[in-house]
Design a protein around this ligand. Structure first.
Ligand code: ZN
Length: 366
């Protein structure tokens, strides 16, 4: 059996392969100690039961995540299925029974760079859509943004995704949202574009995504801890802050994945909004919950004030601009009662729902 991870988003270290069994470790982020994201391909031993053991799972950034987690596998990168998985004595073990000649294994359905490029190309050719590069990453990748809607002086919505590289659900959701905005027949998209301008950054951390990192950019900076004032250490966050300062913001969404919690939830921004903004912030969450029963209230013990100290985007935006700002967390594990309703398609559907909820909230006057 041959194991490779030398491709876009790949991450695994191979310690030993014996027949259909492999002992593996997850590699840490570039210049940072975080790790949990893995993604690799195995070839050979077709028809046999492939057995994998990730020996450093206990030291991952969120070891509590493994106990209720099952690894995803795919032969064609379209259909992803869960494998029998166990976490015992610090080792994550999983088995692929009667494995095909080639299969990929990942912590979540990977979102490939080629797909992002294709989406940006489609968007670029669509009337009424502007594609902008707002800066360059550490490794000189473009930070791409799509802008939808008339420049009518209406309100501005910002959506950013995948500050944390190993949370591809964020980019799946961003694609769902972008595709809805690109659909000329979609009533929600039409209404929203008529009254607002929507700026979308589908991938805020293209280096980390390509490198197979969990959280950090190429320099080892956790971007969603880098929004503290006065200055951000990363050029990615600095570029996004500049673009927002230039264009203004009235609503802000930051899309993420949660390794541990098996539901969608919204992180409180921790900033004190005026009553009108706070009402809109809550209204949006209630609309989302109506569309997605997988959404649950924030876990007990998560205080908004912690976010204020942590350098997260939502606190910076809410504090600086006084507007609603949401960190939306989608789950890595299956959702009890809903199974795998939030793989790639489900996350795209969630992105579409974000527009629907925004349209209701913004339609309610000021
Ligand atoms: Zn995150």
């Amino acid at each position: 059996m041959e194991i490779t991870a030398d491709f876009d988003g790949g991450n695994i270290l191979v310690d030993e392969v014996r027949g259909p069994s492999a002992s593996l470790r997850i590699r840490s982020d570039s210049n940072a100690p975080f790790y949990q994201w893995f993604y690799f391909r195995a070839e050979g031993v077709a028809g046999e039961n492939r057995q994998f053991a990730i020996s450093n799972a206990a030291g991952a950034s969120y070891p509590g995540a493994w106990s209720q987690y099952r690894v995803l596998a795919s032969a064609d990168h379209i259909m992803w299925n869960r494998l029998p998985t166990s976490f015992e004595e610090g080792v994550l073990k999983f088995t692929h029974e009667e494995a095909p000649e080639t299969a990929s294994y990942a912590f979540f359905v990977p979102y490939p760079e080629t797909r992002r490029r294709a989406l940006l190309t489609v968007a670029t050719g669509t009337p009424g859509v502007e594609r902008r590069s707002i800066g360059r990453s550490v490794q000189d990748r473009s930070l791409d943004m799509l802008v939808f809607g008339e420049e009518t002086g209406g309100e501005r919505i910002w959506v950013i995704a995948r500050q944390h590289a190993g949370e591809p659900m964020a980019e799946w959701a961003a694609e769902g949202l972008v595709r809805r905005l690109l659909d000329p027949a979609d009533e929600v998209a039409k209404e929203l574009k008529a009254k607002t301008t929507i700026s979308v950054i589908p991938n805020a951390n293209p280096d980390g995504s390509a490198l197979g990192n969990l959280r950090a950019n190429a320099d080892g900076v956790d971007l969603n801890r880098d929004w503290k004032e006065p200055a951000s250490a990363s050029r990615e966050v600095a570029a996004i802050k500049r673009a927002i300062a230039h264009d203004g913001v009235d609503y802000f969404i930051d899309l993420h994945g949660d390794e541990t919690r098996p539901y969608i939830w919204v992180v409180p921004p921790g900033a004190h909004l005026d009553p009108a903004a706070a009402r809109k912030a809550l209204h949006f969450v209630l609309e989302l919950a109506r569309l997605h029963p997988e959404l649950q209230p924030p876990p007990v013990g998560i205080e908004g004030e912690d976010a204020a100290e942590a350098g997260m985007s939502v606190n910076y935006i809410a504090t600086t601009y006084g507007c609603p700002a949401w960190t939306l967390e989608m789950p890595f594990p299956e959702v009890p009662g809903f199974g795998d309703s939030l793989l790639a398609d489900g996350c795209m559907r969630f992105g579409r729902s974000c527009l629907e909820a925004l349209n209701v909230v913004i339609g309610q006057g000021k």
